[in-house]
Design a binder for this molecule. Sequence first.
Ligand code: SF4
Length: 698
Amino acid sequence: EKNLPDATTQMVCGFCGTGCNLNVHLKDGEGVCITPTTEYPVNLGMACPKGWEALSVLKSPDRAVSPLVKKSPSHWEPVDWDTALSLFSRKFKAIQEQHGADSVAFLSTGQMVTEEMAFLGALAKFGMGMVHGDGNTRQCMASAVTAYKQSFGFDSPPFTYQDLEESDVLVFVGANPCIAHPIMWERVMRNPHSPEIIVVDPRRTETAMQSTLHLQIAPKSDLPLFYGIANILIERGWINEEYIQAHTDDFEAFVTHVKAYPIERVVTETGLNQETIEQFAELIHSGKRVSFWWTMGVNQSYQGVRTAQSLINLALMTGNIGKPGTGPNSITGQCNAMGSRLFSNTTNLLGGHDFLNEEHRAKVADILSIPVDRIPAENSLPYHKIIEGILAGKIKGLWVICTNPAHSWINQGQIRDILDRLDFLVVQDMYHNTETARHADLILPAAGWGEKEGTFINAERRIGRVKRVTRAPGQALSDFSIFKLIAQYWGCADLFSEWKSPEDVFQIMKQLSAGQPCDFSGIEDYAEIEEQGGIQWPLTETAAKPPEQQRRLFADGQFFHSNGRARFMYSDPVKMPEPPNEQYPFVLLTGRGTASQWHTQTRTKNSDVLRKLYPNQIYVEMNPQDAAHYSIKPNEMIFVESQRGRLKARAFLTQSVQPKQLFIPMHYEETNRLTDAVFDPHSSQPSYKCCAVRVVKN
Ligand code: SF4
């Protein structure tokens, strides 16, 4: 009995963007075990394996427990915080003095609490004079962000999770929620309308196996497919003319554009048969409430923005938006991708503002009581341009916070080489031995989820609480505390005299959001967020209280462009940058392989339970037809090679992948040796999902 918990508190999970709430059971003030919260509107009493194991990954011998300074290529020595932060300031200042303020940049994350992201972005840009900083959200959400901004006038995913239960037709594109967002998928399973579940994906994923219609398209043929579907809907009069007239612009030009996608062309480009394509269009037409959901299969593409917008266009032209069970809905990946999108001070000025807009800069300067000339009047370089800047010798110092690009960035060999060219690399992380930390000159030990306070914003725009339920090990500090100390060592602490605690910053963020589409100035404080079970933005100061638990955007047909209308956005598909050829005859697909591991496994590999749920050894999914051609047996170790690198993997023979396609999960360190560094021209998001590879027998 003496080991039984004596208290319970609640907080939001720190892995995926679903934002499940967890009961953390405490013994003497320390979190000892977790159960899912039953009364929270997000997860309704459920959690996936990562949520159940969220505390155990904190107790790892790999935790960074003191600042570490590199003494040789393979040796780091522990130092105290004073030594570490003096070095941090001295090195970065010297680089800036010699090469200019923009010669030091930062790479941040969608994993820290929003208050820390805001502090980091403000400190780096307004305090330390940096111009360039980007987040790892560039790797997952940038295409959806740009698509929404161009189509709606603001980055505004319109949905609420209840929509998953209220649709009678759900279309999942390049998304595998069955394992990637398993608790959202439970909502689909609870849907009482016997919904049609349509999956568009080259792989027969776990979600596709449970669909009522799987469109197993050729890789990257989604854009012509959706233009072709739009053309069928228009030709047959299956569109909502009243909605289009009242609420959208540029439809006539879009009609002309999609005429170039007759069904014969779509058959050729997608590899689908005519009946399946027509059935898809008929299901969209016959549905009373149709919703479109997408994730990385759309976003991580050289044409991700236009593909996302082709789904937005389908929702607009059929009036499937602003009503229960509808919407063009991009699901976020990381626990706080949405916080990063609004407050990281990278792509947007704090609060979804624009660095290029003089009024916005003045507003932010006024709220923060800082001189307006401290705010850069230019946009940051996107992630890949920062990397190119290092290669070109323009960026000499880099501060990487809570992300692991040496594992996760596309074309890994190149990024690792580039990191080694820096004059000074600082990595601030929970773990001292990430692939990126192995390149660092200075490692700063950070507290993780469960060891600090703040808020996350989930995929349905719900702001939820994160709490300190256990002590960080050794000298590790919350990122918030590290930023406060850096401000002191840098000599700009007076700019942040009001930023005393995460909740102080939350109050500042409320002011920054006021008047924006993401206005949440109506939220009182942390206590109200907890009482309400999280609160979705927007919630203005004049909004009704208590807020409804589930709210979607655009119920009034008003969008965020100055004329209040949405825009049809489109352009012709471009060719696959690296199509398969004689030398490299396979298309490589990458993606999530399991519900039990998270991204680069930095945290989840530290759980015994989670490790047992997923193979430690890298594997490659291959169609048995190809295996027979190459005389490859099940479980045989083979090499997979691209023009950029090679890896050795166990052959997993399965009909899930089509012939001449391979799939390798992203969780393994080796995967991005193969991927090709090409990017969407509008969003700068990397195209992880297709490159040409070959297999070689061991
Ligand atoms: Fe956490 Fe996502 Fe799992 Fe929910 S579904 S428990 S938020 S990882």
